[in-house]
Each structure stands twice: as C-alpha cells, then as structure tokens.
Design a protein around this ligand. Sequence first.
Ligand SMILES: [Zn+2]
Length: 149
Amino acid sequence: MHSVTADDVEQLITSARELIRPHRVGDRLFGDVAAVLLTDAGNSFGGVCIDTASGTGFCAEHSAIAAMVTAGEYRIAAIAAVWQDEQRQLYVLPPCGRCRELIRQVDPGNLDTVVVLGHRRQTLLRDLLPEHEWPQPQQNLSPPPNRGT
Ligand SMILES: [Zn+2]
C-alpha cells in the first residue's frame, strides 16, 4: 500500500490544475474539471470531464480511472479533482456519488483510497461511501401473506 504524503497531495492538486483546459461546444463545457489519481504502484493518471448532454458525458475521475485501467492498474492510493472559476480561484471537488461507487467497484481495496478534499483535508473513500456491503438475508419472522390461492 502506497502511503500518501502531504507532497503527494500537493502534487495531485498541482497536476490536476495543469490538466484544466475548458472547451465550449454549444452550451456544453468540457475539460473544466480535471482529476489526477496516484496508484498503489506510484504511477499517476489524469483526465478531464466531458459534460455532454443526455447523460452521455462523464466526470474527470471517470476519465482518470479509464486511463489507469487502460494501463492495467486498478488500485488507487489517492485521487484529487479540481475546478477553477473565471477568477482562476481553485476548488478541490469531492467525487460525486457515481464516481465514489466507480472507484470502489474498480477494486474493493479502493475503499482505502485517500480522497483529497483540500490542501490539508483528506478522507478515505470508505467514509464517503457507507453501507457499501452486500446486505445479509433478512430473517423471516412471520410466514408470507396468504395470497388466496
Ligand atoms: Zn463523478
């Protein structure tokens, strides 16, 4: 397990910022959110969002994960996503619910992925994704209702 240092966190934020490259197509904006992840093996992969309509687009984290999987890696030590406003003020974004689930499903060990929430603020994916285990079967305490057969 790659231990994530404060320098790693700064590098993820800096690298992600360098990937931001907003591109407008009609009323849609691509590339304005960027994500970089660090794998357990110490490699990093980045990606940007593609915000196309009708649910056809995807998040920056999704792009970065696709690049990682293309390279044959699955275990994410840390991930950061950033966006900057028109005054170039930088924001570190938490992953959306779909990306939290995507990170988990790529490798169950990713529940221990460090999710960067700011320069000095991180959490583990497991804390952002409670109740992720498949549930236990329920005990039948009473017979099923009589359906009148
Ligand atoms: Zn997302």
